[in-house]
Design a protein around this ligand. Structure first.
Ligand code: 5GP
Ligand code: ZN
Length: 108
């Protein structure tokens, strides 16, 4: 957990977010500046800076994030119309929040 990290603050409940799902290891909330009718962020509770910093032991949480994205897409009824999942990696890849997250975009 990082004190100054916006997503760690959401995980700790110190910063408000529109949370749509959470379990022991992952939280899903609405992006504050949506780029699609449905724009959710799938976030591991553990602070990992980016995909570059993913360790061997993080494989489980990564696959969990993907399965949760699929489940939430079904719940939001965007599965059939289709959706994108996106990781921005480091500044050149468009990452601005340095706590690993997966964008789920759909509903077009
Ligand atoms: P990145 O470019 O790092 O992949 O995306 C970060 C995303 O987080 C952006 O789409 C941005 O709108 C969203 N975001 C940044 N700060 C907050 C916040 O405090 N709350 C929520 N819900 N989303 C945020
Ligand atoms: Zn963090």
């Amino acid at each position: 957990m990082e004190k100054e990290c916006a997503f760690c603050q959401i995980v700790r409940g110190e910063k408000p977010a529109d949370i749509v799902f959470q379990n022991e290891s992952v939280v899903v909330f609405k992006d504050i500046r949506p780029h699609a009718p449905v724009h959710l962020l799938i976030v591991p509770k553990k602070h990992i800076r980016s995909l570059n910093d993913l360790a061997e032991q993080d494989q489980e949480v990564l696959s969990e994030m993907i399965l949760i994205a699929r489940k939430v897409a079904q719940e939001k009824e965007i599965s059939n119309s289709g959706y994108r999942i996106v990781f921005n990696v480091e500044r050149g890849g468009g990452q601005v929040i340095f706590h690993l997250h997966m964008h789920l975009l759909g509903g077009w």
